[in-house]
Write a protein that binds this ligand. Structure first.
Ligand code: 5RP
Length: 218
């Protein structure tokens, strides 16, 4: 099993590889998390390589600005060519669990609005079947109890991420205990529950490219 230092090194390598995909002068979408932090730092060392970034969180916006990268609103740009982000789990079909950092809704919007979604992970996040990592679900605060009961009916064990508020003013339920054999079906079903803002399954729109350390997943 990789040590945490080895995992960090794989994240850093994946971020360097992702940088190779960035077209000079473009506007790109940028995700959230510790892997993305390596990517933003790499972008900062090549300042001027991109025109601007659309950010998926207040956290990434702050880091981008600190490194001199202009941040623009998604509504002021057209479709993005590239979205770069991390993930919590990835299956062989490049379907993901995301939202460990709580930015899943804006991340899903940017993935949807982008032609190519490049996902950077370390090897420990690669799984055959999604579900070892608890599935984050963003929920309207007044619906927390109702949605939790609906998730229990479906065999999950939701845990409220107590004290955490998303950039959209909502709460997160982390659902334990699911082996997700059909992520597209589960994503579709959970999206129908009233009060659910976003499900951290990226299966209907998976990644296009997955970078695991310095190699691309095939
Ligand atoms: C944030 C995310 C992150 O991409 C995910 O949690 C992975 O984070 P890290 O790169 O820190 O391991 O989905 O909402």
């Amino acid at each position: 099993m990789a040590t945490s230092a080895e995992r960090e090194e794989q994240k850093r390598q994946a971020a360097e590889r992702a940088l190779e995909r960035v077209e000079p002068g473009s506007i790109i979408g940028v995700g959230t998390g510790s892997t993305v932090a390596y990517f933003i730092d790499a972008l900062g060392r090549h300042r001027g390589r991109i025109e601007a970034a659309v950010s998926s969180s207040e956290q990434s916006t702050a880091r981008l600005r600190e490194r001199g990268i202009r941040v623009v609103d998604l509504n002021s740009v057209g479709a993005l060519n590239l979205y770069v982000d991390g993930a919590d789990e990835c299956d062989p079909h490049k379907r993901l669990i995301k939202g460990g950092g709580g930015a899943l809704t804006r991340e899903k919007i940017l993935a949807a609005a982008s032609r190519t979604f490049v996902c950077m992970i370390d090897a420990a996040k690669r799984v055959d079947v999604l579900g070892r990592f608890p599935l984050p679900i963003e929920v309207i605060p007044m619906a927390r109890g109702y949605v939790a009961r609906e998730l229990v009916h479906r065999g999950g064990t939701p845990v409220w991420r107590d004290g955490f508020v998303t950039d959209n003013g909502n709460v997160i339920l982390d659902v334990h205990g699911w082996r997700i054999d059909d992520p597209v079906a589960l994503e579709t079903e959970l999206n129908q529950i009233a009060g659910v803002v976003c499900v951290g399954l990226f299966a209907r729109r998976p990644a296009d490219v997955v970078l695991i350390g310095d190699r691309e997943m095939t």
